[in-house]
Design a protein around this ligand. Structure first.
Ligand SMILES: [Zn+2]
Length: 216
């Protein structure tokens, strides 16, 4: 990466970074990498893999990105996500589908953080990012304001297939998985429309209940 080549310092502190990597050894070791046994499946049919537990500094970075503060850190976090997920993959999907934002929210924010975070991973794996297959057809209420049952109802028919699926094996990618309600809804839609295998990947996964309050 040209940006890193020009900057020999860690993206998080003043120490020299690991060659070809955005962070120094200390910051790399301090990240809340998710343990393999914490990657519980979200349902019988849907496997789930995340790079990190939703804890600082990852949670702070994600919130900063969402509110448009630390946009330059999107690329760094995308690279770290790729570093955490790649060794966990048992097989490579045909394509990655970042969870879409509703058009109004995308317009307001200017970017979809799930898409941006998935870019380094898609590049490393050499698979396409699907951005025009699924549309978020309903502006859902913020999930933080709802309990688990309300979340499921809130998400019903939140997504719509815009064109026929051309891939059978897909990975859905989201920035954060909390209850998994959003991604499960999307996985069902894909599986009901020709997908044969769907995994859910994310940058971070909330492990503690109180973490729900901080996520979308
Ligand atoms: Zn550092």
């Amino acid at each position: 990466m040209l940006g890193h080549a020009l900057n020999p310092h860690c993206a998080f502190c003043h120490l020299p970074r690991i060659s070809g990597y955005p962070l120094c050894e200390h910051c790399h070791a301090d990240l809340p990498w998710l343990l393999p046994e914490q990657n519980q499946p979200l349902s019988n049919h849907v496997n789930s893999l995340s790079a990190f537990a939703y804890r600082p500094p990852i949670s702070n970075l994600l919130l900063g990105i969402k509110f448009g503060k630390n946009l330059h850190e999107l690329a760094t976090l995308g690279e770290l996500t790729s570093t955490g997920l790649l060794p966990q993959l048992e097989q490579i999907p045909e394509a990655i589908l970042p969870v879409p934002l509703h058009a109004a929210r995308l317009h307001k924010r200017g970017f979809n953080q799930a898409l941006e975070l998935a870019r380094p991973l898609a590049k490393q794996l050499g698979v396409p990012l699907l951005t025009d297959v699924i549309r978020r057809s309903k502006a859902t209420q913020p999930q933080t304001e709802l309990d688990s049952a309300q979340r499921q109802y809130n998400l019903r028919q939140a997504f719509q297939l815009d064109k026929p699926l051309r891939h059978k094996r897909l990975a859905i990618f989201d920035d954060v998985i909390t209850t998994g309600a959003t991604t499960r809804e999307l996985a069902s839609l894909l599986l009901n429309n020709g997908a044969e295998q769907v995994e859910i990947w994310s940058c971070a996964r909330a492990i503690l209940r109180q973490s729900h309050e901080l996520t979308p």
